[in-house]
Design a protein around this ligand. Structure first.
Ligand SMILES: [Mg+2]
Length: 389
């Protein structure tokens, strides 16, 4: 069996707004096809035009070969060896960042093929079923251009998530900073007001995570605001500080009682070594596509376990990435929660329309998927409707 084709679909929702802090408005869908007609689907969370180029660009020398060219003709079941070859022979194209993010989508598609060939869900090929349930958290970022509108929409969304049966929610609390949602520029104190309002809305029994999306550059400024957040019983505070400032991460982490979570942008296990060893983080957050694929995310989970740290993977995308994350979680007890963008509570069309995942949600838990591969069905009408040249 050989890989006969690799196709990249650049998808952008027709209502996308570049002023929103939501990367789920686009998608890079990668379809890998074998000579017997088996197709695997993968996805990654990066600018899809850039991702497509990372895969399709032809190579020009031994240290900068083309990813697609390296894939054609290979046996798709040799996932590790293919990954290592691409990592090695595209090194000068980018051994971090976009090329690795794009490789993540390819690798995901290879696992999908492997499962489909074996007639088994991917998690069964990855390891042993964990004893504990896989619990998703509802990742919430409502629309709203003013403080009051944002706060109220977030509270309503959190209450809806609770009614849907979620045991945990994450509030995207980004009313200022480089990635302020929808042009907002509110004071740091108002972030505290939003966290307080969400906690009050959901009550004490629901786990609450907070994401401020790189709001601060240094620990002292961050601490001046979040020192008051103990009373809201935060499970973690996500990306309070720019990811390159690891000493500031460590400084903040040493001063607050709740853990600092980070890692969503990182690629390869090697970037996580630094984050874990120097950054003082308490929760590790690989994104399965961006880190380089399911196996690379698994390696990060193993590293986190060796350091005694829980993992809560990042996933702000469609049912394809969500499925890949869930399959990994079913064999990884260190994954405490998985990020879940509830289609009922989000504005992102691609999340709602692109793919149907084989993930049943019951009593706040996700049941093990049973379909072969990643168990994802693609809506080709959506691919046609949102496909870009
Ligand atoms: Mg985040």
């Amino acid at each position: 069996m050989k890989i006969s084709d690799v196709t990249c679909h650049v998808l952008v929702a027709d209502d996308f707004d570049p002023g929103l802090t939501s990367s789920a408005q686009d998608s890079l869908l990668v379809v890998v096809t074998t000579d017997d007609g088996v197709q695997g689907y993968g996805e990654s969370d990066l600018n899809p035009w850039i991702g497509r180029t990372c895969i399709e660009a032809p190579g020009t020398h031994t240290m900068g070969l083309g990813m697609r060219e390296l894939l054609i003709g290979r046996d798709p079941r040799e996932i590790e060896s293919i990954w290592n070859d691409i990592y090695t022979f595209t090194a000068m194209n980018g051994r971090r960042g976009a090329v690795i993010h794009a490789l993540g989508a390819v690798e995901m598609a290879l696992w999908d093929i492997a499962g489909k060939i074996a007639g088994k869900p991917v998690w069964q090929l990855l390891g042993t079923h964990r004893d504990s349930p896989v619990v998703p958290y509802a990742s919430l970022q409502p629309a709203g251009k003013t403080f009051e509108a944002y706060r109220d929409a977030l509270c309503a969304s959190a209450e809806n998530a609770k009614e849907l049966g979620f045991r945990a929610v994450k509030a995207e609390c980004t009313l200022a900073g480089p990635f302020a949602h929808d042009g907002m520029d509110e004071s740091f104190d108002r972030h505290t007001d939003v966290v307080a309002a969400v906690r009050e809305a959901i009550g004490p029994e629901i786990t609450l995570m907070v994401d401020v999306q790189y709001l601060w550059r240094d620990a002292d400024t961050a601490y001046a605001t979040v020192r008051d957040w103990d009373e809201y019983d935060i499970y973690f505070l996500e990306t309070p500080i720019w990811p390159d400032f690891l000493d500031e991460h460590a400084k903040l982490a040493s001063r607050v009682s709740f853990p600092i979570a980070s890692g969503e942008w990182l690629s390869t296990r090697w970037e996580f070594v630094e984050l874990i060893e120097r950054g003082g983080i308490g929760v590790v957050q690989p994104d399965v596509g961006r880190v380089g694929g399911i196996s690379e995310a698994k390696a990060v989970c193993e590293m986190a376990a060796e350091s005694g740290l829980p993992v809560v993977p990042h996933c702000w995308k469609t049912g394809i990435s969500l499925s890949a994350t869930a399959h990994l979680a079913f064999v990884t007890p260190g994954i405490r929660f998985i990020e879940y963008l509830p289609p009922q509570l989000c504005i992102e069309k691609l999340r709602r329309e692109l793919a149907t995942e084989d993930l049943e949600f019951e009593n706040g838990e996700i049941l093990p998927p049973e379909k072969p591969g990643l168990g994802v069905d693609i809506n080709w009408d959506a691919v046609k409707a949102y496909g870009q040249t």
